[in-house]
Design a protein around this ligand. Structure first.
Ligand SMILES: *Cc1c(COP(=O)(O)O)cnc(C)c1O
Length: 401
């Protein structure tokens, strides 16, 4: 396999044209960190200028009625199409951590006298911290098996941020629900990377992030999903004015809005929320089936090349080898992962990221990554390993890795 072969696969790639929809010139760095922060869609550049100069600069307060107020539900409806939900079951708002808090608190309150929450050891730390604040938290290797009659909620991140190991959504949800507990999924590393079908899973709730594979921009608001039949039974623990049935009545008595709207808290972050729309539109144009297919092929290719070119240097594949059990990044393990990541970024113009203690994560974003990107990234990592050029880097870590 060679660069020639990689270019042949790119030429046959049905999603090839989406690469030009993102900022990033040919010959620039190879970006394999879309699992942490997706690339900037070109359409978002003009949109952001319009948002600031015209919508904010000229329309001022009138902007709220021009469309700003509807952003959480209008974008929620688009996001719903990526995760197998109905338009009135999803809102875009707040951060993933805050949405997780809102839904976990609401679930525990609705499941009284059950108070238990179960998660697993591989969850993202923020999720574990938040869940600890919402009930009696148990951390288990097999969360569904650990749920019992005292368990109100099981909350798991579908795609593990370290290794991309994947939970089967429907099967896990069924096991959890068999105990009487509710299921709350964090889809942060799933949404926009492969097709998710919440309805088919039957899960009660979900949250997730839009700045990773949805290319929503740094700090773009997150989303939340509540199955329609539960919405009227639940209350938000942050009963802010925008989740009120009639915010502009300015009544001092809280009355929850109908349906999913009650999970809004305060004023939406208009600039970052509106800027996320081009990223969602691009995924909808491409179709999640095609995105998933390419993600699998690119990750399979990365693993095959890592085995072929890097094994002799002590690099092992930490991600599942079976595509069906893996999200859209590949983690490679090496004792010098931190210094190798530094060398890749600074000397070899390849941008992955590092996860403590010994993983280099290569995020594969099917809309803009190519087989050539993967081929080059593995080839350059081989060069770094062979030359030991990484040894001149400091072992001390930066604040953001
Ligand atoms: C990225 C990510 C988050 C991010 O949470 P924020 O509140 O948006 O910072 C949360 N959970 C998981 C599993 C993630 O991957």
């Amino acid at each position: 396999m060679s660069l020639f072969h990689a270019r042949q696969m790119d030429a046959a790639d049905p999603l090839r044209r989406f690469r030009e929809a993102f900022v990033g010139e040919p010959g620039g760095p190879i970006y394999l960190d879309g699992n942490s922060l997706g690339r900037l869609p070109r359409r978002a550049v003009g949109l952001a200028a319009d948002l600031v100069e015209r919508q904010w600069g000229e329309r001022l307060i009138r902007g709220w009625n021009d469309g700003w107020m509807a952003l959480p539900s209008r974008l929620g409806a688009k996001l719903a199409m990526l995760i197998g939900a109905d338009p009135d079951e999803v809102l875009v708002c707040d951060s993933t951590s805050v949405n997780l808090f809102k839904l976990a608190m609401a679930a525990v309150a609705a499941q009284v006298p059950r108070r238990g929450i179960v998660t697993d050891r591989r969850n993202f730390p923020s999720d574990a911290y938040v869940l600890q604040a919402c009930g009696d938290l148990t951390t288990a290797d097999d969360a569904a098996a650990a749920a019992d009659r005292g368990t109100a909620l099981v909350s798991l991140t579908q795609t593990c941020f370290r290794t991309a190991a994947l939970y089967p959504l429907a099967e896990t949800t069924r096991r959890v629900q068999a105990t009487g507990a509710w299921m709350l999924w964090d889809l942060s590393h799933s949404v926009g990377a492969f097709a998710v079908d919440l309805h088919a899973s039957g899960a009660e709730m979900a949250v997730g992030c839009t700045y990773k594979y949805c290319n929503g921009g740094p700090g773009a608001p997150a989303f939340l999903y509540v199955r329609r039949d539960l919405q009227e039974r639940l209350l938000s623990p942050i009963p802010g004015w925008l989740g009120h049935a009639d915010p502009f009545a300015f009544s001092l008595d809280y009355r929850p809005a109908a349906g999913i709207q009650r999970f809004l808290a305060g004023t939406p972050a208009v600039l970052s929320m509106a800027s996320m729309e081009p990223g969602l539109d691009l995924l909808l144009e491409a179709g999640m089936a095609a995105v998933e297919e390419k993600s699998r092929r690119l990750c399979d290719y990365l693993i095959a090349e890592a085995d072929r070119q890097l094994a002799e240097f002590g690099v092992t594949v930490a991600s599942p080898r079976e595509a069906a059990g893996r999200g859209s990044h590949v983690s490679l393990r090496h004792p010098e992962a931190w210094r190798l990541t530094q060398a890749l970024i600074t000397d070899y113009a390849v941008i992955p990221d590092f996860r403590s203690p010994d993983l280099i994560r290569f995020g594969v974003a099917p809309l803009y990554n190519s087989y050539e990107d993967v081929c080059e990234a593995v080839g350059r990592l081989r060069l770094a390993l062979r030359s030991k050029s990484y040894e001149r880097y400091d072992a001390a870590r930066l604040a953001v890795t």
